[in-house]
Ligand binder design. Structure first.
Ligand SMILES: *Cc1c(COP(=O)(O)O)cnc(C)c1O
Length: 386
C-alpha cells in the first residue's frame, strides 16, 4: 500500500470514531437492533425507537436544545435546504426578503439562488476584512419584508466564528426567523440553544467523527409550523421529514455528539496547543499570512496564504491531504468564493491552503507538515510559480 499523506482535512470530513463504529454495528445484524423505529407494535421496532430517541437526546444535549426540537435529516445540506426552502414555502414562496452572506457554504448559497428564481429578494452580506459578519452590516440590510436570515456559525474555509448571539438578538428585535448553519461549529464551540436567539440550526455528523449521510435540524419554538417539509411520505419526524429513520446512522450521530460533549474541554486544549505549534514554526517562513480573524475563530481550521517565493501546491498535496479552497469548491475547480469575498485575487487564492486539525492529529504530524511546506516553498520549478 502506498504511504498515505498526512491528514489535514478534518473540515472536509472526519474518520468515524471507533467507539461510534461499534454503536453503529450494534444496529445492523439479525442479532442486533435492526428493527424499523416506526414498527411500534413489536419489540424490534420499540428497541430501535429507543435508540433513535436516545440519540436525539444526545444531539440535543450537546447544543442546549430539547430532544423534541431535533429533526433527523441526511446531513447539513438537507438541513439548510429544509430550513431555507421550508420557511420560504410555508409563506407561499412569493415575495419578501432573505439575508445571507457571500461566504456561506454552497448548501446555503445555492438554496438562496432557488429562492431568487422564485422572485424572493436575497441580500448577500459582505464579510469584514476579518471574515466576520457584523451586527451593523446585518442591521443595515434588514427590511420590513425580511422574513429569514441565514448565517453560519463557523466558516468552513477560514475557521472564523460569527457572534451568533449578538446577530441573533438583532434579528429577533426585527422579528425575522434566524437560521444558523452550525456544521463546522458543533462540538468545537459551546452552543446554547436554550439561550441563543436562534430559530433553526443545521448539524452534520461527519464533521464530528460520526458517519456521512446523517444530520439534523433544530427547530425552535418560533419556527414551529413555519417550516414546510421538503420530503413527503409517511409523515415521520412530525411530518417535517419523511423516510424510514436510519437507526445505525442516527445512533452513530448521537454517539459522536455525546463523545464530543464529553471530551470538549480536553480536546479543545490539545487542538489549541497543536495550532500554536504549527503557527510558531510557520512564523519563520517569510510572507505567510493567516486569513480571517486571529482571535474570533476555532483553533481547528487555518487558511494560510504563502505570499513569497515559489509555491508548489501540487507537490505539497503528495505529502499532506489538505484543501486548496474547500472540498466543495475543489469539485468545480473555481477560485474560492470565500477568498474572493476577502479580496484575494486569483494568484493569492492559488497560493492559499486550508489546514484543518482534529482528534487524531499529532505533534509529529505538525512537525512533518511544516517540513513538507518548507520543501514545497523552495523546490518549485519556475513554471509552477503562480
Ligand atoms: C460540510 C458542511 C455542510 C454540508 O454538510 P453535509 O452533511 O456534508 O451535507 C454544510 N455547511 C457547512 C458549513 C459545512 O461545513
Amino acid at each position: 500500500m502506498n504511504k498515505r499523506p498526512l491528514y489535514f482535512d478534518y473540515a472536509a470530513t472526519t474518520p468515524v470514531d471507533e467507539r461510534v463504529i461499534q454503536v453503529m454495528i450494534d444496529c445492523l445484524g439479525f442479532n442486533a437492533n435492526f428493527g424499523n423505529p416506526a414498527s411500534s407494535s413489536h419489540a424490534f421496532g420499540q428497541q430501535a425507537r429507543q435508540t433513535v430517541e436516545q440519540a436525539r437526546r444526545q444531539v440535543a444535549g450537546l447544543v442546549g436544545a430539547q430532544a423534541e426540537q431535533i429533526v433527523w435529516t441526511s446531513g447539513a445540506t438537507e438541513s439548510n435546504n429544509l430550513a431555507i426552502k421550508g420557511v420560504a414555502q410555508a409563506r407561499g414562496m412569493t415575495g419578501g426578503h432573505v439575508i445571507t452572506s457571500q461566504i456561506e457554504h454552497k448548501a446555503t448559497l445555492d438554496t438562496a439562488r432557488q429562492l431568487q428564481e422564485a422572485g424572493i429578494a436575497v441580500t448577500y452580506l459582505v464579510p469584514d476584512a476579518e471574515g466576520l459578519i457584523s451586527v451593523e452590516a446585518l442591521g443595515e440590510a434588514l427590511r420590513d419584508d425580511t422574513f429569514l436570515v441565514s448565517l453560519m456559525l463557523v466558516n468552513n474555509e477560514l475557521g472564523t466564528l460569527n457572534d451568533i448571539p449578538a446577530i441573533g438578538a438583532r434579528v429577533r428585535e426585527h422579528g425575522a426567523l434566524f437560521h444558523v448553519d452550525a456544521a463546522q461549529g458543533a462540538g468545537k464551540v459551546v452552543i446554547d440553544l436554550a439561550r441563543w436567539p436562534v430559530d433553526l440550526m443545521s448539524f452534520s455528523a461527519h464533521k464530528l467523527y460520526g458517519p456521512k449521510g446523517i444530520g439534523a435540524l433544530y427547530v425552535g419554538p418560533r419556527a414551529q409550523q413555519k417550516v414546510l417539509a421538503q420530503i413527503h411520505g409517511g409523515g415521520h419526524e412530525g411530518g417535517l421529514r419523511s423516510g424510514t429513520l436510519a437507526t445505525h446512522q442516527i445512533a452513530g450521530m448521537g454517539s459522536a455528539f455525546a463523545l464530543a460533549a464529553e471530551s470538549f474541554a480536553e480536546e479543545s486544549a490539545v487542538i489549541v496547543a497543536l495550532r500554536e505549534r504549527l503557527l510558531e514554526q510557520l512564523g519563520s517562513i517569510p510572507g505567510v499570512r493567516l486569513n480571517g480573524s486571529a482571535t474570533q475563530r476555532i483553533p481547528h481550521t487555518l487558511s494560510l496564504t504563502f505570499n513569497e517565493g515559489e509555491f508548489n501546491a501540487a507537490a505539497l498535496s503528495a505529502g499532506i491531504a489538505f484543501s486548496a479552497t474547500s472540498a466543495c469548491n475543489s469539485a468545480s475547480n473555481a477560485p474560492s468564493h470565500v477568498l474572493q469575498a476577502l479580496g484575494h485575487d486569483a494568484r493569492s487564492a492559488a497560493r492559499t491552503i486550508r489546514l484543518s486539525l482534529g482528534r487524531f492529529t499529532t505533534e509529529q504530524d505538525i512537525d512533518q507538515a511544516v517540513q513538507l511546506i518548507r520543501t514545497a516553498l523552495t523546490s518549485a520549478p519556475a513554471f509552477w510559480t503562480v
